[in-house]
Each structure stands twice: as C-alpha cells, then as structure tokens.
Design a protein around this ligand. Structure first.
Ligand SMILES: N[C@@H](CCC(=O)N[C@@H](CS)C(=O)NCC(=O)O)C(=O)O
Length: 208
C-alpha cells in the first residue's frame, strides 16, 4: 500500500474534505496534514498550482481536488468502474467545482463588495446550480449521482450543501438548499446517514 499524505486547510469542509472523508471511509491510512492559514504563505510555493488540496503518494505530488477525488475514490471503492457512471461522477464533481469557484471568488472581497456579489450569487448562480444538481440527481434515479451506489460525487455535493447551510458564508441564507432543492436535501440526509460518513464526523467531534 502506498504511503499517502493529504494536505489541506484546517477545517472540516472545502475542496480537500471529500478526499479526507473518502480515505477515512475506505479505511485507508493517510497522514492528515492540516495547514494553518498563518503557515500557508510559506508553503504555497511548494504547491504545483499554488493551491490546496495536495495528495502525496509515496513522495510524488498530485494537485487539483477532482483528480485527487478520483484517485482516492478508486482506492476507497468510491469511484465507479463503469465508464459511463464514472463520467457522471466526474460531471457532478465538476459542477460542484464550478459553483465553488464562484463562491470562492467572493471570499476575500471588502465587505460591501462581498455583500453585493454574494447577493447576486444568491439570486442567480447558486440557485441555478442547486436546481440543476437536483434535476440531474432525479434523472439518475434520485438516490446517487453516479449509478446505484455511493461515490465521491455524492460526498462532494454533501460537503457543498453542508457549507451552504453552515452559516459560515456571510450574506448567504442558510435555508437556500432547503427552499430551492428539497430533493437535494433528501440526498443530503441520505449521505449524512451513511455509516461511514456519520462515523467519520463523530470521530472528528463534528455535529452534522
Ligand atoms: N482547481 C483547484 C482550486 C484549488 C484552490 O483554489 N484551493 C484553495 C482552497 S479551497 C486555495 O488553495 N486557496 C489558497 C490560495 O489560492 O492561495 C482545485 O480544485 O484543487
């Protein structure tokens, strides 16, 4: 078994969280390297694209969250083997990445600008992606995003919804997913109840 180190910021969410969760659910040992924001400027130059997450596999570095999710998904049996279902899994993860990038672009804006740009997102792109994801979920049978079993795509959507509902995003109403995408919330509750997901967050002391 390869020696794995996953490097990401020190919070229970974001682009590094699906891989952390997938590795834990697969019972795959890894070093959970959590970067404090004060240390990031010093470490940024070592990241191939100047960003996290990174996965180190026997000393070799892999960047880009969805590449990492696919790799660990294969190790943890959380990535489809069927080519079509694998493509659906990728589609979902890229859609989450699209909306994540739009939200991330507002993260460090001055407050007035953040408020107006977040208002625009809340009225436009966030509902667009939530309803599109809910529709795709329905088209794929309503339970999972890729085939008839759990994959890293489901984990990534779950983590996005958890973030949107957490109250950590100023100017984003926490009930947005519940109001706009009840089918997605049924999916959220299904993933939250997965024994591996529940066990991981219980071990981390996180209330879902
Ligand atoms: N496309 C990249 C985006 C990575 C990214 O923007 N990561 C953020 C954290 S979620 C980051 O490292 N921000 C700090 C910085 O850019 O200096 C991926 O999917 O991994």
């Amino acid at each position: 078994m390869a020696t794995l180190k996953l490097t990401y910021f020190d919070f229970h969410g974001g682009r590094g969280e699906p891989a952390r969760l997938a590795l834990a659910m697969g019972g795959i040992p890894f070093e959970d390297d959590r970067v404090h924001s004060a240390d990031w400027p010093r470490r940024k130059a070592d990241a191939p694209f100047g960003a996290l997450p990174l996965l180190e596999v026997d000393g070799k570095i892999l960047a880009q969250s969805n590449a990492i999710n696919r790799y660990v998904g294969k190790l943890a049996n959380l990535y489809p083997t069927d080519p079509w279902e694998a493509a659906l899994c990728d589609e979902t993860m890229e859609a989450v990445e699209d909306v994540t990038s739009k939200i991330a672009a507002t993260m460090f804006l001055p407050d007035e600008q953040k408020k107006s740009e977040r208002k625009a997102l809340v009225e436009g792109q966030i509902p667009f992606y939530l309803t599109a994801l809910a529709r795709r979920l329905e088209q794929h049978g309503g339970r999972y995003f890729a085939g008839d079993r759990l994959s890293v795509a489901d984990l990534k959507v779950f983590i996005l919804l958890r973030h949107l509902r957490s109250g950590a995003l100023d100017h984003v109403p926490t009930d947005l997913p519940d109001r706009l995408a009840p089918k997605l919330m049924e999916h959220y509750d299904r993933i939250k109840a997965e024994p591996g997901v529940a066990a991981y967050y219980a071990k981390c002391g996180v209330t879902l």
